[in-house]
Design a protein around this ligand. Structure first.
Ligand SMILES: NC(=O)c1ccc[n+]([C@@H]2O[C@H](COP(=O)([O-])OP(=O)(O)OC[C@H]3O[C@@H](n4cnc5c(N)ncnc54)[C@H](O)[C@@H]3O)[C@@H](O)[C@H]2O)c1
Length: 255
């Protein structure tokens, strides 16, 4: 039987990149997927792509940093399919900027989506899972920048480190309800966004011990493992998927 048959999964920021690939693979595994994206056209084309491959997907466009919207999305998923089993807080914004010039508005944006959006998706999904009495699995999307310093990325890195503590901290309150919560920390990954930097592949190939950045498939495979029953006794953990980068820690540009 397909591993996610009769399961419903909500994924934020699933219009493209890592989130889309996770949603696509969950759908191929039998899940009904709710694909959120801030860009309505991206959410819709992602859901269409899932359907073209024989999956069941619903687009639910909107801002994953808006608590009211998050609650609507979770209610929609539960009403449409009867229950929610998997919630993936994937949407995150990467705002580069030197610390000495970083503006309050930029910090607020990063905190509201990366932290607030993830916190309240986890909360809304967990409330629903408790009501259903089914248990479930929540995945928070961290980053290697939550482990190692990266130039001009301190605000982003702070939020990612905090997400990993969120996963640890919630073990106490969610385990009694059979809800697992983990984090995934990708290293450099080839996506539509990162490939806008024409040097990205070459830069990260040179400094990644395995000689290449991750593909979205590398990250999706790890995500599927963590939210599947195969990982049924794993909670409060972070899985780093970075081709060995954090072990060696060579910075882009040397050092
Ligand atoms: N790509 C990488 O190298 C990399 C590395 C480590 C961690 N990550 C993390 O993985 C996650 C996905 O990364 P990616 O590079 O695939 O993402 P991305 O930047 O390509 O964004 C994916 C989607 O999120 C949507 N989005 C942006 N703001 C949103 C909002 N407020 N509400 C809903 N959707 C929104 C975008 O429209 C986009 O379609 C992020 O949390 C990111 O921080 C990515």
């Amino acid at each position: 039987m397909a591993p996610f048959q009769q399961k419903t999964a909500v994924i934020t920021g699933a219009g493209q990149g890592i989130g889309f690939e996770i949603a696509r693979q969950l759908a191929l595994g039998g899940a009904t997927v709710i694909l959120n994206d801030l860009e309505p056209a991206l959410a819709r084309s992602a859901a269409e792509a899932v359907k073209r491959e024989g999956g069941v997907g619903y687009a639910f466009p909107g801002d994953a940093s808006d608590v009211g919207f998050i609650r609507e999305m979770v209610d929609f998923a539960a009403e449409k399919t009867g229950a929610i089993h998997v919630a993936i807080a994937n949407a995150g914004i990467t705002l580069f900027g030197p610390f000495l010039d970083f503006q309050p508005e930029s910090l607020r944006k990063v905190m509201d989506l990366n932290l607030g959006g993830s916190f309240f998706l986890a909360q809304a999904a967990a409330r629903q899972m408790v009501r259903q009495e089914t248990g479930g699995s929540i995945l928070l999307m961290s980053s290697v920048t939550g482990h190692l310093a990266h130039n001009n990325l301190v605000a982003y890195g702070m939020t990612k480190a905090a997400l990993e503590m969120m996963a640890r901290g919630l073990v106490a309150e969610l385990s009694p309800h059979s809800i697992r919560i983990n984090a995934l920390a990708p290293g450099a990954t080839l996506t539509e966004r990162t490939l806008e930097d024409r040097d990205y592949r070459q830069t990260w190939s040179a400094i990644t011990p395995l000689g290449k950045p991750a593909t979205v498939n590398d990250i999706a495979q790890a995500a599927l493992f963590l939210v599947s029953d195969v990982a049924g006794h794993i909670t409060g953990q972070t899985l780093v998927v970075d081709g060995g980068w954090t072990v060696m820690g060579v910075q882009p540009g040397g050092g």
